[in-house]
Design a binder for this molecule. Structure first.
Ligand SMILES: [Zn+2]
Ligand SMILES: [Zn+2]
Length: 362
C-alpha cells in the first residue's frame, strides 16, 4: 500500500512509497483502520525535524480518522465499518493508572513499535499511529467510534489539534464563566483553545499571533482581542497586562517556544494558570524569573489536552453535531499524500489552520 516514509531529520528525507506492508496479522486487541483523513499538525513538522528524537525510518502522521476494516479476536470497543477517530495514546488500558482514569499518564505511552515494513526494512510509526498511510494498525484503546454524520476530514482534527486545544481548557485549566485568557499562537491548536474558552464562558480571550491572516479566524472562533506580534517594539506582556487590567486568569502558550512560555507566566495574574500546550524540542530548558511564578500561579505541563479519548472524542463530536464546536472551518486545504511538503510550507508561513491529507484521494 501507499504511505510516506521519513528517513532522516529534514523535510526532503520524506518519500512516497507504494510498497509498505504490515509486518504481522492482528493481535487479539488490535484493529486495522483504513485511514481516510490525516491532518498535518505542527508536531509532524517537529517530528520530521528530529525534535521528538524518533528513530527512523518511520511512517509520520498522527491526527487521523478512518473506517475499521478488521478487528482482532478480543476487540470489543469497535466493529468493522465503524467510523473512528484515532488516539495517539497507545496506553495499555489495564494498569492502575489506566484503570484510575488517566490513560494519558500510562507508562506504556511512547513505546516504540515497528508495525510496517518496506521490503525487509521495518518501519516505526509516529505517535503510536503513523497516519500518512492508507491503512494503519492500532490498539482498540486508540479507536474511538463517532457518529457517521461527522465528515472524516473534520473528525481527524479531533484526534490531536482539537483535543490538545480544547482539552487544555476543559480538562486542565478548567476555565470558568467570566474568566480572562490569553492564547499565544492562533494556529490549529490555538483556535481550539479559543473556541473552548469561549464555550466555557470566558469574558476576555486575547489571541496573539505573528501572522496578520490569523486575526479573522481567531475572532470567528471567539477571541475578543487580537494582538499582532510584529516589530521590535511589540511588548506582548505589557499589551496583555494593559488589556486585562493586570494579567489574565489563564495563559496558554501554544507555539512551543520556551521564551513565550516565560512571557506567559508574566501575563498571568496571581493565582492563575499558566498552560504549556505547545511542544518545543523535547530536550529544551525553560528559564523564568522566580518571582514571576511565585504568586500562587500554577504552571501546568499539558500533553494532548489531558485527554481521556474514549470520553472526550465523543463529547467533541457531539458538540460539533450540535453546532457548538467548529471543525470544518479549520480545514484550509485537502490533498493526497503527495501534498505534505506544501502543507509544511503553509504551516511554517503561519498562513493557514490545517491541511488534511486524504490517503485514498479526494
Ligand atoms: Zn496503562
Ligand atoms: Zn498533533
Amino acid at each position: 500500500m501507499q504511505g510516506l516514509i521519513l528517513e532522516g531529520t529534514t523535510e526532503d528525507s520524506i518519500r512516497l512509497s507504494n510498497d509498505i506492508e504490515h509486518v504481522a496479522d492482528l493481535q487479539p486487541r488490535q484493529v486495522r483502520v483504513e485511514v481516510r483523513a490525516a491532518g498535518v499538525c505542527g508536531s509532524d513538522l517537529s517530528c520530521v525535524h528530529g525534535k521528538y528524537y524518533m528513530p527512523t525510518p518511520l511512517v509520520p502522521g498522527h491526527e487521523a480518522a478512518g473506517v475499521v476494516v478488521e478487528t482482532g479476536s478480543a476487540v470489543t470497543y469497535c466493529e468493522v465499518g465503524d467510523h473512528v477517530v484515532l488516539s495517539t495514546f497507545g496506553n495499555c488500558g489495564h494498569c492502575e493508572v489506566c484503570e484510575g482514569g488517566d490513560p494519558g499518564n500510562c507508562g506504556a505511552l511512547g513505546a516504540l513499535a515497528q508495525p510496517y515494513k518496506e521490503g525487509d526494512q521495518p518501519l516505526y510509526n509516529f505517535a503510536n499511529i503513523g497516519a500518512f498511510i492508507q491503512e494503519t494498525i492500532v490498539s482498540e484503546n486508540q479507536c474511538i467510534p463517532i457518529p457517521k454524520e461527522v465528515p472524516l476530514a473534520s473528525a481527524a482534527l479531533i484526534g490531536c489539534g482539537v483535543m490538545t486545544g480544547a482539552g487544555a481548557v476543559f480538562n486542565r485549566a478548567q476555565v470558568r464563566i467570566g474568566d480572562t485568557c490569553v492564547v499565544i499562537g492562533a494556529g490549529g491548536v490555538g483556535l481550539n483553545v479559543i473556541q473552548a474558552a469561549a464555550l466555557s464562558g470566558a469574558s476576555q480571550i486575547i489571541a496573539i499571533d505573528r501572522a496578520p491572516t490569523k486575526e479573522r479566524m481567531a475572532m470567528e472562533f471567539g477571541a475578543t482581542d487580537f494582538l499582532l506580534a510584529d516589530g521590535d517594539d511589540f511588548d506582548a506582556v505589557a499589551e496583555v497586562k494593559a488589556l486585562s487590567k493586570g494579567g489574565v486568569n489563564h495563559s496558554f502558550e501554544v507555539v512551543g517556544s520556551t521564551a513565550l512560555l516565560a512571557d506567559a507566566i508574566k501575563m498571568t495574574r496571581a493565582g492563575g494558570n499558566v498552560c504549556a500546550v505547545g511542544v518545543p524540542d523535547l530536550t529544551a530548558t525553560v528559564t523564568y524569573g522566580f518571582q514571576d511564578l511565585h504568586q500562587n500561579k500554577n504552571l501546568m505541563g499539558i500533553r494532548a489536552g489531558g485527554g481521556k479519548p474514549r470520553r472526550d472524542f465523543r463529547l467533541l463530536a457531539d458538540l460539533y453535531l450540535k453546532g457548538k464546536l467548529k471543525l470544518d472551518e479549520m480545514i484550509s486545504n485537502t490533498a493526497g499524500l503527495d501534498g505534505l511538503q506544501a502543507a509544511f510550507d503553509a504551516l511554517k508561513e503561519g498562513a493557514e489552520a490545517r491541511t488534511v491529507l486524504l490517503p485514498h484521494g479526494e
